[in-house]
Design a protein around this ligand. Sequence first.
Ligand code: SAH
Ligand code: SF4
Length: 354
Amino acid sequence: MDLGKISAWLEGNGHPRFRLQQITRAVYKQGAAAFSEIISLPEQLRTDLGGNFRVLALEPELVLESRGGGAVKASFRLKDKQPVESVLINMFPGKWSVCVSTQAGCPVQCSFCATGRRGLKRNLSPDEIVSQYLFWAGYIRTNRPGEKISGAVYMGMGEPFLNYDSVADSLRTMTDPDLIGLGDRHISVSTIGHVPGIRRFARDFPQVNLAVSLHSVDDALRSRLVPFNDKYPLSQIAKALKDYIFTTKRKVFIEYVMLDGVNSSPTAARRLSEWLKEVEAPKYFTVNLIPYNSTGQEFKAPPRERIEGFCDLLTSLNISATIRKSLGSDIAGACGQLAGSRKAAPEGRAGRGS
Ligand code: SAH
Ligand code: SF4
């Protein structure tokens, strides 16, 4: 919902200012999915708004629920028919987190990620990012009454800091108490290591969590996995993180995809801990180990014991580490699997949205 355009239209058509507040309250607070549902508005206004604007800036096509019910993936079409996906993740009983996409495709093209495979199609607008959240808010109300969305992660398709202005605008809507009103600390933005983006983010959103996808602290290996590393090598990321922590005094989440025989040896764990300690004191980091989710490339996830061994070694070196639960791999909705393809995974339960 483009509030700027709606506000101009209301004014141009002689409607009082409070109509905008009625609309924002109904959509952001009460979950109206269409103008026709906002019964506090005069009927003619509802019809006119419906004829000129959309509440959701994207069209849901398919909703798939994972087997254990821990994740639900929605495939959308944007106005220009570009496919984009978003995932609803069950964090704790009754509490959900929304994983949003920021780009259709991704130009970074990391070798293990399905999103980057077809390159960048286009950036999403703030409205398209926020609409993913609004869609899930409606889904929860219909399918899981009484439960709630308690956070959002910018970890879907795309590199958020390559679409900084739209991401920033969407974050303001997500955190504005009069609009969606999530707490800053309940939102995380994940970057592949876009150095200017990390610097801007420290100034603009010091209370929103930052996650950095590191995957290796060896420049040669990292450049093979993440082509972006040639532009922003590890030394620059280290400096940006040091400054980020100095400015915000916040902890940084380090994401590390575990690839068997590539970056998951005990030596790699020791080097990672040394690299982090050179940046800042260990208390400023939590490493999230993400077992590789299959995307059809030559990689595989290490055996569980090796991932646990890596995690334990980091912990013994004083670096807090956790292994991310893989939710939604049966519906191709786990980290790195979002590709915007319309292929439904065999075991997922298909259905329409709210
Ligand atoms: N572009 C941003 C945010 C989206 S990706 C980034 O890269 O940080 C979100 C997370 O999924 C990243 O940590 C990414 O490395 C991880 N990821 C990508 N492909 C994956 C795969 N095949 N298996 C597991 N995690 C993957
Ligand atoms: Fe883009 Fe992130 Fe996937 Fe890399 S891991 S291709 S940066 S979405």
